[in-house]
Write a protein that binds this ligand. Sequence first.
Ligand code: 5GP
Length: 211
Amino acid sequence: MEQKGILIVISGFSGAGKGTLVKALLQKYDTYGLSISMTTRQPRAGEMDGREYFFVSKEKFEQVIAENGLVEYACYCDNYYGTPREYVEKQLAAGKNVILEIEIQGALKIKERFPESLLIFITPPNGDELKRRLEGRGTEDAEVIAKRLARAEEESEGIEAYDYIVINDDLEECVEEVHRLVDAARRVPIRRKELIREIREDLKKFKKGAN
Ligand code: 5GP
């Protein structure tokens, strides 16, 4: 029986390598779909509207909120970020595992609204490595990096809300580990309600007096 896809939330500190991980996962397996978020932050060099994000004004973002067009949204370092509803619903129905690469406030909202979602937290092996990666990226100035490190410290308080924590040290290993977790999660009974219902229905035929 065709199984509906699952909603996978991937979070991690800014600089944890989530973006690279998700890209590698999408390239290696065709069972995933990536939700493209909407944001009010400025595009970084090399980012394209509709590819990394849908870049919009604050007014437009607030209009989409009012129209109930987002499954969740949050404010992160002075900007809005949110997940458009339509794509997520379509892809799940088509059997794809939809990845949301979002921060913790959004992750918690997703868990509340979709209890069957799978929450994975990605972290570098330690704090120094995080700082090194953020500096090495060369896309943010020192002030923004300091803000993001401070935010990481706050976010670390919420890690226990996730189903799994995965260390991103070796990218290949990290990709495989996440894929295995998703594969296992798809076998958990709360995510197989339809199958269970069908088996039960089917077994009724053996009930005494049924035929
Ligand atoms: P960045 O500015 O580095 O692209 O993203 C900043 C943070 O916002 C990251 O932690 C990223 O995962 C998160 N983020 C991106 N899109 C969304 C979204 O749609 N909703 C929420 N809640 N967070 C998002």
